[in-house]
Design a protein around this ligand. Sequence first.
Ligand SMILES: Nc1nc2c(c(=O)[nH]1)N[C@@H](CN(C=O)c1ccc(C(=O)N[C@@H](CCC(=O)O)C(=O)O)cc1)CN2
Length: 284
Amino acid sequence: MIAATIDGKKISQDIRTKVENRVVKMKNNGVIPGLAVVLVGDNQASKTYVAMKQKACEKMGIHSVLIELPGDLTEQQLLDQVIELNQDDAIHGILVQLPLPNHIDEVNVIESIDPKKDVDGFHPINAGRLMTGGEAFFPCTPYGIIEMLKNQKIELNGKHAVVVGRSNIVGKPMGQLLLKENATVTYCHSRTKDLAYHTKQADVVIAAVGVRHMITADHIKKGAVVIDVGMNRDNDGKLCGDVDYEGCLSKASAITPVPGGVGPMTITMLLANTVESAERSFAR
Ligand SMILES: Nc1nc2c(c(=O)[nH]1)N[C@@H](CN(C=O)c1ccc(C(=O)N[C@@H](CCC(=O)O)C(=O)O)cc1)CN2
């Protein structure tokens, strides 16, 4: 069996077309959805991702503002900037690109964002509501993965999903979203003993560890769905995931590539969350 490659670019495009229709509707109601992206320092990867977000907004007719700040600014200066954006009625979504320089406490910054504008879904109010229910934003990468699986009609109800990784922005919310879809969820992480024992039982494996090709064919069962969240570089600087894609192709039933898999979905769900925020503010 050769696995079906899940085309994140194509699925993204389908979703973006629907989101764009919502932008047109908002504009007809006199509201232009607005996103502010805050970039601190000169991390090259962050600059690339932010540029991709800006371009996607522009293409969709979302008003986007880029605030570039020096890497040596104080935490208070960054907090003041976020507070100003919280009060700006033209801005419906605020995003502080991560990671931040070491001297700035990420938790303080995330908590300073108005939860109603937290289109990254990282604020504790949104993280909490992911568990308890209520109006929330879901973090874009795991949200995008769920939408991707739904688009591919991959059943999650009653299936065993193993999430490898426990970050606040992917692993933890991923497990919660899978639970909402009635999957049985196992979390694995750097201290898990015998990782392959767990992953081999999974119907769906989500690899979000940040270690190049950590998940091989020996880690999955035949017919598993394999989702690769990794964004690593090999020795030649080539982008590669957490999964040995070539090795898993003949064993999995479906698999995401890197690039062109989960990455585009992350940006698509950011656009969707921004438009959702504008719609909610209009309805209030
Ligand atoms: N505030 C946030 N910071 C970060 C997030 C986030 O969701 N919010 N996620 C990641 C980075 N990220 C978005 O910010 C992101 C990473 C990768 C991609 C993507 O489309 N990747 C492409 C390849 C791009 C390339 O060639 O370099 C792909 O996989 O096809 C989008 C968004 C950390 N920080």
